[in-house]
Write a new protein. Structure first.
Ligand SMILES: *Cc1c(COP(=O)(O)O)cnc(C)c1O
Length: 457
């Protein structure tokens, strides 16, 4: 196999994204010689549309060669991939099982019922809606279910690790609703529950969101439940990031504390891109009505099937092992980074996520993330709490260990990963050094199979 550097020199797709059609074609020509194999195989696509097929192959290769530390990403199993590529995509099925607006639901009804029943069993909830197209529409459905435009919502502020859809200003949820936001404590980097309680008492929100997108610490669901109860708010736990850890027993569950739980299915849960809303029986009807007909049309049945498959996997003992390994890897990586003098928001991690704080370094988050990507380590730049820099060039880099755990890396690998991270950040701008690191990274990852990709033999 050619080295990662040869591949880059070939053009097509590199860290700067898609280049010209011509260079993409050259990449494709070389790849066909090399028998790059996406799994499931894509012979009809290759025949009918080589241009798209080449891009799919290039992305499979890119995912194979990199250390993927994007905290919201993972590698789904081949079974999940196969389910997403089925004829279920051809079917319209507005409504719910047994109550549809189209005929021909003899097969789709049991598919969706299977996904719903598995979701209820895995998370121990009374109700599950598996139709939301993704995490953001799932959250919007919650607003539609429990609020009127102009009502007050309370969520964690984006710079403190909250999600856009928890009422941040640029989001529809911040524009159409009155939003109040709590944050984290400056000294600890942890959610300020006193501030959240005071804010809730003062503002009387109808809905309170807990959870977020860059929270490295355990979410205190019982504490939020107490606050919500006191002010009569619906507590929504958005577990998009940690759903897999909860399913695998590596993070406390919000069940019994939050009446409504929203989650994506594609992050630590390791399913297809999609989402679910879980709830108690009391809130079930409002949730279902909000998703359909309130917000969406026909559900994506191929995705529903893949969610069912992923939930089947999440119910196995192996998945519990994976979830605990994700946390063990994050703790080991955090320790190795601290040892190298990096600052981490909150000083470490309880889950899959680490937030590097580069304010004490001579480099911003964006150039650091770009250098890491060139060095074969994929991450995203991120604001840190009380960030002195601007949001488009913040001081943080967010890391997560779900994808590399799926690839089979363990705590023993983390000191090496931390060493590469330090070397890449220090070598920002020095492309020769970054490419040298990328070649070492690709060599390590070549020994760790990826579902969906079979290297040339
Ligand atoms: C990822 C995420 C979402 C949104 O999911 P999309 O599928 O990207 O729309 C919502 N909430 C939280 C906390 C997330 O991390």
């Amino acid at each position: 196999m050619n080295s990662v550097r040869d591949w880059r020199a070939e053009g097509g797709i590199d860290h700067r994204g898609a280049k010209s059609r011509e260079s993409t074609a050259r990449l494709g020509a070389r790849q066909s010689l090399e028998a790059v194999v996406h799994e499931p195989a894509i012979p009809a696509l290759t025949q009918a549309d080589p241009e798209v097929a080449r891009l799919v192959q290039a992305e499979a290769r890119r995912q194979f060669e990199k250390i993927r530390l994007i905290a919201s990403e993972n590698y789904v199993s081949r079974a999940v991939l196969e389910a997403t590529g089925t004829v279920l995509t051809n079917k319209y099925s507005e409504g719910y099982a047994g109550r549809r607006y189209y005929e021909g639901q003899q097969v789709v009804d049991p598919v969706e019922t299977l996904a719903v029943e598995r979701a209820k069993a895995v998370f121990g909830v009374e109700h599950a809606n598996v139709q939301p197209y993704s995490g953001s529409p799932a959250n919007l459905a919650v607003y539609l279910a429990f609020m009127e435009p102009g009502d007050t919502v309370m969520g964690l502020a984006l710079p403190s690790g909250g999600h856009l859809t928890h009422g941040w200003g640029v989001s529809a949820t911040g524009k159409w609703f009155r939003s109040v936001q709590y944050g984290v404590r400056k000294e600890t980097g942890r959610v300020d529950l006193d501030e959240a309680r005071d804010l809730a008492r003062r503002e009387r929100p109808k809905v309170i969101f807990c959870g977020g997108t860059a929270i490295p610490r355990t979410i205190d669901f019982p504490a939020f439940a107490e606050i919500a109860r006191e002010v009569g708010a619906v507590l929504v736990a958005d577990i998009a990031h940690i759903a897999g850890l909860i399913a695998g027993g590596a993070h406390p569950s919000p069940v019994g504390h939050a009446q409504v739980i929203t989650t994506t299915t594609h992050k630590t849960l390791r399913g297809p891109r999609g989402a679910m809303i879980l709830s108690d029986a009391e809130h079930a009807k409002a949730v279902d009505k909000a998703v359909f007909p309130g917000l969406q049309g026909g559900p994506h049945n191929h995705t529903t099937a893949a969610i069912a498959v992923a939930l089947g996997e999440a119910a196995t003992p192996e998945f519990g092992t994976y979830a605990h390994n994700v946390v063990a890897n994050a703790k080991a990586l955090a320790a190795a980074l601290l040892q190298r003098g990096f600052d981490l928001v909150s000083g470490g991690t309880d889950n899959h996520l680490i937030l590097l704080d580069l304010t004490n370094k001579a480099i911003g988050g964006k150039p650091a993330a770009k250098a890491l990507d060139r060095a074969g380590i994929e991450a995203n730049y991120n604001t840190v709490p009380f960030d002195p820099r601007k949001p488009f060039d913040p001081s943080g880099v967010r890391l997560g260990t779900a994808a590399i755990t799926t690839r089979g890396l363990g705590p023993d690998h983390m000191p090496q990963v931390a060493a590469w991270i330090e070397a890449a950040v220090q070598a920002a701008g020095d492309e020769a050094t970054l490419d040298r690191i990328a070649a070492e990274v690709a060599e390590l990852m070549a020994a760790h199979p990826m579902p969906g990709w079979s290297p040339a033999v």
